[in-house]
Design a protein around this ligand. Sequence first.
Ligand code: APR
Ligand code: PHB
Length: 389
Amino acid sequence: MRKTQVAIVGAGPSGLLLSQLLAREGVACIVLERRSRAYVEGRIRAGLLEWTTVELLKAAGLGERMMREGLVHDGFLLAFEGRTHRIDLKGLSGRHVLVYGQTEIQRDLGEAAGCRVVWEAQDVSLSDFDSAHPRVSYVQDGVRHSIECDFIAGCDGYHGVCRASVPSDKITHYERAYPFGWLGILADLSPLNEELVYVNHRRGFALCSMRSRARSRYYVQCPVEDKVEDWSDERFWSELAARLPAELAARLVTGPSIEKSIAPLRSFVAEPMRFGRLFLAGDAAHIVPPTGAKGLNLAAADACLLSQAMVEYYRTGSQTLLEEYSSRALARVWKAARFSWWFTTLMHKLSDDALARKLQLAELEYLCDSDAACRVVAENYSGLPWPRH
Ligand code: APR
Ligand code: PHB
């Protein structure tokens, strides 16, 4: 039986960042990941970092390429009814954000890898996490291996085994699936605009984002049942252009896509995030719809809080931060869940209901007229302050 201090399930951003933060403080851990490293690093995800996330990644030793290649954005555009309104993040909240793809962060984390990662660890199973000696086991090359540890970190995403291992009477799920998805494409073309553009259009939402000055990332709202094969590049570009204000549509540079996928939208929170010596972090505990790009930032905040709690335990023997982890993390999670739900509701076509559309437009016009309303958006978008201890 192998022993370690922390067994981490999942090598996505939350698992690898936690492992990096723990390793830097001398805490031993092993990461168990079901997929191959190439698969995990090939996934295309969101790409917008709050500044607190940027600072955390820098403190974890991951700042070098990020600060060289990331793009600092001081604002973004809202577009509706043929007009645009800029949210001045810097002016209204004093903060900016960084455009840097999660795919790049995943690579940077993979290279830094604070702890040993067991890739392609099959059939991970957890036991005894309500005791002082939790265990995790997995199968590799047909052989089952067991690890005894002090703590298990469930960083294994929405479909993972950790949350599913908790008895159902010990956990509450809050969940809403939205009746639409985002069709996203990646293309090596110069972005439409220097800053991101979020579009409310009667045909549906659209977002013009980027990964670099030469790589664009665009999304259009689509029925959740649609298949990628239903969407040729030509159909995508013409739908995107139809949703943009004319003067932006005129600037759109089109060309072949290098990736295309459809993601469903969901709001989900599991409470609590701690069960004895099992702690959930990231998508294992919560999913937000992508509007506002909070998912990765929440995962980073969880990893930060959890590493601080574990490090304090190993340094001083105190369990205070471990006990407070769930409530501290959830306080932040619910605020981001609220903002992501609000921004989604404001910008998407929710139904054919004419009243709902009129109310959206009234709210967008109110935003154009009110600095106070824009400040609320800017504060939430650029990231709420992190809880202190
Ligand atoms: N055993 C081992 N690994 C598992 C298991 C399992 N049973 N189930 C899932 N995993 C792995 C997945 O293969 C994945 O690599 O756990 C990892 C979870 O990673 P993510 O889904 O990226 O979740 P997280 O690290 O919390 O990151 C959240 O990613 O999905 C985005 O928008 C989200 O930006 C947010 C971030
Ligand atoms: C992205 O670039 O993928 C992205 C950016 C901002 C969002 C969502 C996604 O709000």
